[in-house]
Design a protein around this ligand. Structure first.
Ligand code: PLP
Length: 417
């Protein structure tokens, strides 16, 4: 089941799989993140299908959506995990996943995080600096173990995406300059506790064009050949995540099949391809369900005020990201132009500006689409707003995978003096 078939109108009401969103709102309240199990599974299966015949490991990027029920689902489907913190490793373990499937990325790992990951026996570390290698070697020595390492290479490729999620240019903080990375591999040989087993890169997120990914892949494949010729036993090539999804009807998602079919002839048969997809697995499988509170007119502008805010979904204001907004009740009325905004005390608290949308009476429901990735994970308690419930729909069944926060949750850890 694709995301288009997971979220559809049935008898005039918008549904997630076989569950009606109006019933979901009545049972669990709003705002609510609602995910389709079938849509997540379909996206993961699309990767596995495309990769058939290539030795591979698909490590879901936990940062995109780290709910433990979603990690559990992906682990059950055979996913590994790409983590960027000790907290993400903790979540992966809580989901019952095998630590041997985990790769640890990130530009600023702490001593405690590295120690935790080594103690749990993760697959490998994607290291980003000479200092990090020294720290990893020291901790591995103390634990009397060997750490598998891939250097994260900065291939100096323009990912052609939003500047905040572009990571593969020289001026970015990420990775080690491809021009000097071989000397860093050579220096790694001085650490007997480090095994250079891979190379990695990640050039950015929400890439709609495959071309930059292939450009980066070509540079990385050439690097693998040079490293192998120099005697490094490189076993895996990690090309990160980044495939983009369709946030607006005019946008075409990056095609997994096209990416893999262009990659396939370039790969040596004895290298394991690792990918770290996040957004392309989970974005389209989730919506943010919200209820209209009021409508008001300020001058010539119409504002529809809903009960979700920028604290629940920050992408529109953070990245000027577009999310389609679907009324839960199909309406025969002609659309008009309105801003859809939240209750937070910030002008940046909006989901849509000057959007064509049918009139929405107070009490009606909207689905803010393609909200499964970088949605709940970026939610905060700003304005002391409890974070929403998260629900996983499986057919007609609705599972609460994170309960709605309460006012007591807001005070957790705080104390009077
Ligand atoms: C190292 C790394 N891998 C994977 C990802 C996941 O990217 P995406 O969600 O675009 O697939 C990211 C996202 O920023 C990342 O930094």
């Amino acid at each position: 089941m694709s995301s288009e078939t997971a979220f559809t109108y049935r008898d005039g009401w918008f549904c997630c799989e076989d569950a009606s969103l109006i019933d979901i709102a009545a049972r669990f309240g709003t705002p609510a993140y609602v995910y389709s199990r079938a849509a997540i599974a379909a996206r993961f299966a699309a990767y596995r299908r495309s990769l058939r015949g290539i030795p591979n490991r698909v490590c879901y990027a936990v940062k995109a959506n780290s709910n433990i029920a979603i990690l559990q689902l992906l682990a059950s489907l055979g996913a590994g995990f790409d983590i960027v913190s000790g907290g993400e490793l903790f979540r992966v373990l809580a989901a019952g996943a095998d630590p041997a499937t985990v790769v640890f990325s990130g530009v600023g790992k702490t001593r405690e995080e590295i120690d935790f990951a080594l103690a749990r026996g993760i697959h490998s570390f994607n290291c980003e600096s000479a200092d990090e290698l020294a720290l990893l070697a020291e901790i591995a020595g103390r634990r009397n173990t060997t750490a598998s390492v891939a250097l994260r290479v900065n291939p100096d490729v323009d990912a052609i995406t939003h500047p905040y999620i572009s990571t593969g240019l020289k001026e970015h903080k990420f990775g080690i300059d491809i021009a000097v990375v071989e000397s860093v591999y050579r220096r790694m040989a001085r650490y007997p506790r480090l095994a250079a087993t891979g190379v990695s890169c990640h050039i950015g997120s929400q890439l709609l064009s495959i071309a930059p990914l292939i450009e980066a892949a070509d540079k990385m494949i050439a690097l693998v050949a040079r490293l192998r010729a120099a005697g490094f036993p490189i076993r895996h090539l990690d090309l990160g995540g980044g495939l983009g999804v369709s946030y607006r009807p005019t946008e075409t998602a990056a095609d997994i099949d096209e990416f893999i079919s262009r990659l396939r002839p370039r790969l040596a048969s004895d290298i394991e391809l690792m990918l770290e997809p996040g957004r392309s697995i989970i974005a389209e499988a989730g919506i943010l369900l919200s209820r209209v509170l009021f409508e008001k007119q300020n001058g010539s502008k119409t504002f529809v005020i809903v009960d979700a805010g920028m604290n629940d979904l920050i992408r529109p204001t953070l990245y000027h990201a577009h999310h389609e907004i679907t009324p839960v009740e199909q309406s025969p009325l002609p659309p008009r132009i309105a801003d859809i905004v939240g209750p937070v005390c910030e002008t940046g608290d909006f989901f849509a500006r000057d959007r064509e949308i049918v009139p929405l009476a107070p009490g009606s429901l909207i689905a803010i689409r393609t909200a499964g990735a970088y949605g709940f994970v970026l939610a905060s308690n700003y304005n002391s707003r409890p974070r929403p419930v998260e629900l996983l729909v499986d057919g007609a069944e609705v599972h609460v995978i994170r309960r709605r926060e309460t006012y007591d949750d807001l005070l957790r850890g705080e104390q009077l003096v």
